[in-house]
Design a protein around this ligand. Sequence first.
Ligand SMILES: [Zn+2]
Length: 406
Amino acid sequence: MRVPVGPLVGAVIASVGLGLVSPVAAVARPEVQARPCSDDPRDLPIHEFTDYRELQVELGRLQRVSKGRLKVETAGRSTRGRAIHRVTVGTGPKVMVVSSEIHGNEKTGTDALLRILDFLGTSESAHAKRLRATITFVAVPKLNPDGAELDRRGNDLSWTEVQQTFPQLAGRPLAWNYISGEVQGDDYRTRPGFDVNRDFHPELDYVPQAADVPGSPDRPGWFITPEARALRQIYLDLKAERGKVPDVYVDLHHQGACVRQAGSDKLLDVAVDYPPLPDRFFEDGQKYAKYRDVYTKDESRQLAISAYNGMTEGGYVGARYPHAPDRDLPGQARCSFALNGTGTVLFEVRGQTQTLGQQHRERFTRAVVAGLNRMIADVSTGAVDRIDPEKFDTIPGTAAAGALVD
Ligand SMILES: [Zn+2]
């Protein structure tokens, strides 16, 4: 349940200063236009987003009409038995993996992925044929289906269930990313869960060890959630099939509701980011030194610039996601994969379901598609390799961001 909030203070009245508008006309304006931006959680409609049942129907349809070009497989199951899908289209040498809804209240990525899959799987255009010949596109839509159906950030998994699966963790304190209280307006007390995007480890064969729990944000996760294990399996299967790690991984998220593009002061559509892993930890003797030669900071920044360019060309408002030099989150999927040599990008659409509901859904979905399409094209042609990674810092930053929720 969400906590409803009352009228909000600090509202910007749209009609102020418009001297030609009579008071009567101003009063007649639709209420929705005057609603201010807020990060306070509310109960809002989300039925326009694709739910789990609709996702399965649509994936089945795409597989049927794609003439065998699109393959849907089950890569794993959530705690509550829902399939986690690996959807593959294309046969090219460049492998791109894109996941959505690792946080279940961040939903535009799933709709964006379905549009990309529809084009890649069914289009007879020369462009689509070229992409299928140069790219292998692997989508993992709705990676956290239990959280998505509950419309909340965490998955649906208790610490007791984790200890049943991993008896070596018996008696250990709760993992730091375990959610059992109220978060983002959702009550986890009777249905606890984990932030799945802190459960990854750069050592992909890692098995949970008692001494590594409860952990902390600046330490790797443990693959204790079935969702993280499913994505790891997809990654390892691709590595085994291709003899190399995937070239690209994109993680589709949402963030605060009131973020603006610095400089223009426009409300943001999507921010992009490369992995938060401090440079100094790659120096000799530091904790990431062993990954120095495979870590893909430059490749990740090139990909992020490509995505930003695609959104800007499409008329959308892009930015850099806040990235302090000390931000260190190795347990995120994108960080663990980047330490294995995959270029990774984070997309952060403005607002989550408890703050914006399905408001701007179509615009945000199109913005994500624009960013992904440009990246796919730039990877296909090799143009991404000619982007200057240092230009990343020339992308506009963000203003008025609330707490980071990637
Ligand atoms: Zn997120």
